[in-house]
Design a protein around this ligand. Structure first.
Ligand SMILES: [Zn+2]
Ligand SMILES: [Zn+2]
Length: 142
């Protein structure tokens, strides 16, 4: 049994959940990458009847009977749901009130995982945003 809460970036949409987590995973699929404009996303599977929302939510039907919800004010992606899995809704873990508490159990769609994620441990790492552009050549594509 989990007791969780979350919100979008602007706070217009909030959610609370008390129930079991049905799945807990990092998704590398191309649809999630495109929908979130991020290299990967992380989901918590929740029972719809135990999940409460406040605020206005829009959704985009990314494939037939598959819906991706977002806040119309700030654009934060909130959830994925599909009629293929009617008994669960996949809430983006990054919207948790305390996203640093999140710990995934598995990763899925590994063949479409962004290859450059493997390079991260060998890249220069900075505490904050770089003050100056690096001046290096434009982004390499491989
Ligand atoms: Zn918002
Ligand atoms: Zn995905």
């Amino acid at each position: 049994m989990a007791f969780l809460a979350g919100h979008c970036m602007c706070g217009a949409v909030t959610w609370t959940y008390s129930g079991n987590i049905t799945r807990n995973l990092v998704c590398h699929c191309a649809d999630c990458r495109r929908a979130t404009s991020a290299p990967l996303t992380a989901f918590l599977g929740m029972r719809p009847e135990q999940l409460s929302w406040t605020g206005d939510i829009r959704h985009y039907e990314s494939s037939p009977d598959t819906f991706r919800g977002f806040c119309p004010s700030c654009g934060t992606r909130l959830y994925f749901r599909s009629d293929r899995w009617p008994r669960e809704i996949h809430v983006h873990a990054a919207t948790m009130a305390n996203p640093e508490d999140y710990l995934p159990d598995a990763q899925v769609f590994m063949p479409s995982r962004a290859k450059w994620l493997d390079r991260l441990p060998s890249l220069p790492a900075h505490e904050g945003f770089q003050e100056q552009p690096s001046g290096n050549s434009p982004a390499k594509t491989r």
